[in-house]
Design a protein around this ligand. Structure first.
Ligand code: DC
Length: 223
């Protein structure tokens, strides 16, 4: 098969990235986490102490900062102004800043251009909010991954606690998820949407392996 793309969209904590990583590994293709790119922009605003909601400040920041995506042994690293910040972008503070900053067109245009450029020449799994609807509307395969907000909050909390972060309660995590759902779905520029042709995967209904098998069955059918 020549280079092809798999688009996986869905809300925060739906299990997209676990699924996308597993599928990429199984198929021996690359994985691009587009959320990590918005997270890096959010982190850049925090580091510069500017509001991620201020269009003028963010526009200036985007002109000044240098964001790179590097793949080291097939693993994505985010480089901000020459520093590898991959380990700094998963905090609750960065999650909220990423959701805020990703609503601004100046940020989206720059990230979407980079994403198209990265995924053009090789087979890629991409996960995000607007992959099928905007970044790669011609992607060969399109999936929409979802789960109840309560399940997603439970997963997020477990993930944070596994990393030794006990700073947030279940209620706080749920509130963050609901805040991001609301913003990511209702922003003016390329919000999270489920394109009609996407195959829907409800991760409440399957195990991680079951979800992966279900997705792969659609790819194999067609190969
Ligand atoms: O998938 P994530 O939680 O790491 O994404 C972080 C934020 O980035 C999320 O709140 C919405 C935004 N995002 C986006 O707007 N478009 C994408 N393709 C990916 C993420």
């Amino acid at each position: 098969m020549s280079a092809y793309q798999i688009a996986i969209d869905g809300p925060s904590g739906s299990g997209k990235s676990t699924l996308a990583k597993g599928v990429a590994k199984e198929l021996g293709i690359m994985y691009l986490d587009t959320g990590a790119m918005y997270r890096t922009c959010g982190l850049a605003a925090i580091k510069r102490r500017i509001s991620p909601k201020d269009p003028a400040e963010v526009k200036r920041m985007m002109g000044e900062m240098k964001l790179e995506v590097k793949f080291i042994d097939g693993v994505q690293h985010m480089i901000l102004d020459g520093e590898d910040v991959t380990g700094q972008i998963r905090t609750p503070e960065v999650s909220v800043a990423a959701s805020d900053i990703s609503a601004l067109p100046v940020v989206r245009t720059a990230m979407v251009d980079m994403q198209r450029d990265i995924a053009r020449h090789q087979s890629f799994v991409l996960d995000g909010r607007d992959i099928a609807s905007n970044v790669l509307p011609d992607a060969k395969y399109k999936f929409y991954v979802t789960a109840k907000a309560s399940t997603r909050a439970e997963r997020r909390l477990a993930e944070l606690q596994e990393k030794g972060d006990f700073s947030q309660s279940y209620e706080e995590v749920l509130r963050d998820i609901e805040y991001r759902d609301e913003q990511d779905s209702n922003r003016e520029f390329s919000p999270l949407v489920q394109v009609p042709e996407a195959i829907v995967i409800d991760t409440d209904l399957y195990t991680i392996e079951g979800t992966r098998e279900f997705l792969l069955s659609h790819i194999n059918e067609d190969a």
